[in-house]
Ligand binder design. Structure first.
Ligand code: SF4
Ligand code: SF4
Ligand code: FES
Length: 240
């Protein structure tokens, strides 16, 4: 039977790779490989997944050096010389084995004020937002983020500056800045214009290249840079 050599990160930050041999199957995904190891070779292997069909983003890991959704990654497309090397998502602390600690990723969404601030009450009628308006089209282009962390793991600025808010939190902030119903615009711009915010982005595009939803956090961050500079010049936010 044809087999695949798989090296898997085991333990915490100071762990090491452990080698396994897994049977090759037709249309096998990387998540199938991890599941085989956990079910048949070592039940103590820790990893995350939920939907298996590219909807939840929880199966994201580093596959041969790149962050990917493992349920949507076929072994045929990534195995180099019949070998796979699997590790938790980069730029995040390791909980154990293939599980990264996502807390600081989501803490940064909060720091970027990634929460909708309502202007209406239950008694108000539905807000009408023109689907053809520029702001609505900008928000639409970025709204489908599911918070998987792939872009964050791909960003070198996050690696160099752990305080940097990162592509996903800034992308989220941009969708809210483009939402006419949201009342948090000024505070959010101040939150994302600081040292660790949008102006730290080097426009390297790794986030955009790697996003499995084909979103462009780079474009959203460029929008935040323009909006925060305009707000600065208008005296609406203070210089960082
Ligand atoms: S922008 Fe894309 S890669 Fe980043 S968290 Fe959202 S869905 Fe994942
Ligand atoms: S474009 Fe900005 S946020 Fe995206 S990977 Fe590059 S530096 Fe990071
Ligand atoms: S398990 Fe949900 S996206 Fe992979």
């Amino acid at each position: 039977m044809e087999t695949l050599k798989v090296e898997v990160w085991r333990g915490g930050e100071d762990g090491k790779f452990q080698a396994f041999e897994v049977p090759r199957r037709a249309s096998q995904t990387v998540l199938d490989v991890v599941t085989h190891i956990q079910r048949f070779l070592d039940p103590t292997l820790a990893y995350r997944f939920a939907c298996r069909v590219g909807m939840c983003g929880s199966c994201a890991m580093t596959v041969n050096g790149k962050p990917r959704w493992t349920c949507r990654t076929h072994v045929d497309g990534v195995a180099r010389d019949g070998e796979l090397r699997l590790a938790p998502l980069a730029n995040l602390p390791v909980v154990r084995d293939l599980v990264a600690d996502m807390r600081e990723f989501f803490d940064k969404w909060a720091r970027a004020r990634g929460r909708f601030v309502p202007t209406a009450t239950r008694k108000d009628d539905f807000a009408r937002v023109d689907p053809r308006s520029k702001a609505r089209r900008e928000a639409d282009a970025a709204i489908e983020c599911i918070g998987c962390g792939v872009c964050y793991a791909a960003c070198d600025v996050v690696k160099w500056n752990p305080d940097y808010l990162g592509p996903a939190a800034l992308n989220r902030a941009w969708t809210l800045q483009m939402d006419a119903r949201d009342a948090g615009h000024a505070g959010r711009l101040a939150a994302v214009a600081g040292d660790a915010g949008c102006h730290s982005c080097h426009t390297m595009m790794s986030c955009t290249e790697r996003c499995p939803k084909q979103l462009s956090p780079t474009r959203s961050i460029a929008g935040l840079k323009r909006a925060s500079l305009a707000a600065l010049l208008a005296g609406e936010v203070e210089a960082p």
